[in-house]
Design a protein around this ligand. Structure first.
Ligand SMILES: [Cu+2]
Length: 181
């Protein structure tokens, strides 16, 4: 290899270098995620509405009434990949835990951006929406369906924003797809 490089004409090395730069440039041209500020941690959480037929679809990821808890360290950026797989329309709002079981959930989320569109009417079967918000304040919150009557039917789970947690987690283990970047 070394012998070849020494022996190779300069123009050949230049061509090879040019190709290398081109390949690097192509690799770097992959669309970048939104700039969140240096050092910001991000967690992606998969939330599937209406997964279980056993409960009539009034669940997130098959869990009702706070049976699933997602914990996120304070200050992390949260990306929720919401999908409705149920015949009924469903939505999602991050609300204070105290509002989890209200017949009419609040229309203002606990964090800016932490709710789907069409909160009261819901998104139809097959619809997806990605939410991005900053978990800026520690506390106990809830994933709540914003369609009136659904939360009281059990369609809520827990989100804990924790100053003590170092990494995101979910209980029971595997209840939600959680990835970090
Ligand atoms: Cu619902």
């Amino acid at each position: 290899m070394l012998a070849w490089m020494v022996a190779a004409p300069k123009w050949r090395l230049a061509v090879r270098w040019g190709r290398t730069v081109g390949i690097l440039a192509a690799a770097m041209a992959v669309p970048a995620a939104p700039v969140l500020g240096a050092g910001t941690h991000t967690v992606e959480i998969g939330i599937v509405a209406g997964k279980s037929a056993a409960d009539g679809g009034f669940d997130f990821n098959g869990y009702q009434r706070g049976a699933m808890t997602v914990t996120v360290p304070t200050g992390w950026q949260v990306v929720v990949r919401f999908q409705n797989v149920n015949a009924l329309a469903h939505s999602l709002i991050i609300a204070p835990a105290s509002a989890a079981q209200q017949a009419a959930p609040p229309s203002t989320p606990a964090f800016p951006g932490a709710m789907t569109k069409d909160l009261a009417s819901g998104l139809p079967k097959g619809a997806t929406q990605t939410l991005t918000f900053a978990a800026g304040k520690a506390g106990t919150y809830a994933f709540v369906c914003g369609v009136p009557g659904h939360a009281v039917a059990g369609m809520w789970d827990k989100l804990v924003v924790s100053g003590a947690a170092k990494t995101p987690s979910v209980t029971p283990a595997g209840a939600a797809a959680v990835t970090t970047r």
